[in-house]
Design a protein. Structure first.
Length: 183
């Protein structure tokens, strides 16, 4: 009986490895280039070719970066919307209390006193809400970062601004017109 052995025409050596941190891929590529390894389409001192299949990784990283930039735009829009809502809510809360303004003014309270009373009430409500929102922000993943802090402070400032504008506008209205208006 005759034994036939096959010898391959080419010899293949393969290495398979996984990086612990894919952010270091460029460092690895630079180090291999420095050591003289060849890559596809680029010959170096050593005729040993190293193929790094990183296309899927790069596509994933690019997609993630694109989604992150979209989310930053959405977050900014949401923060701007919440700041606008702060202004409108405070304005509407004061406007619904015209009759209380009229009663205070008709009992002898001046415009400044009614302004201080109603604005202080809204300021306390806003402060409590801001502190609760800040506490919730601390509990959220990522903690209290600058953008959340600015959004909370922006909301509080716009709430107070809306309250001040609404109270000032309501103070300008004639007391008799408020009391004689039918609801």
């Amino acid at each position: 009986m005759k034994t036939v052995t096959f010898r391959p025409l080419m010899k293949y050596n393969a290495v398979n490895f996984t990086l612990n941190n894919t952010r270091e891929l460029e460092v690895l590529k630079d180090k291999l280039d420095e050591l003289g390894y060849s890559t596809v389409g680029k010959f170096s001192r050593q005729r040993v070719f190293l193929v790094i299949e990183d296309q899927t990784l790069m596509e994933t990283v690019n997609n993630l970066n694109r989604h992150i930039s979209y989310m930053e735009i959405v977050y900014n829009a949401m923060y701007a919307l919440s700041i606008g809502i702060g202004f409108v809510v405070s304005y509407l809360l004061i406007k619904t209390r015209k009759s209380e303004f009229a009663v205070m003014r008709s009992t002898g309270a001046g415009a400044f006193r009614t302004f201080v009373v109603f604005f202080a009430e809204q300021a306390v409500l806003c402060l409590v809400g801001t502190l609760l929102g800040g506490a919730i922000g601390l509990l959220m993943p990522g903690g209290m970062h600058a953008l959340r802090l600015y959004a909370i402070l922006g909301y509080a400032l716009c709430y107070w601004l809306g309250s001040a504008v609404s109270v000032a506008m309501t103070n300008r209205v004639n007391v008799l017109s408020i009391l004689s208006a039918k609801e």
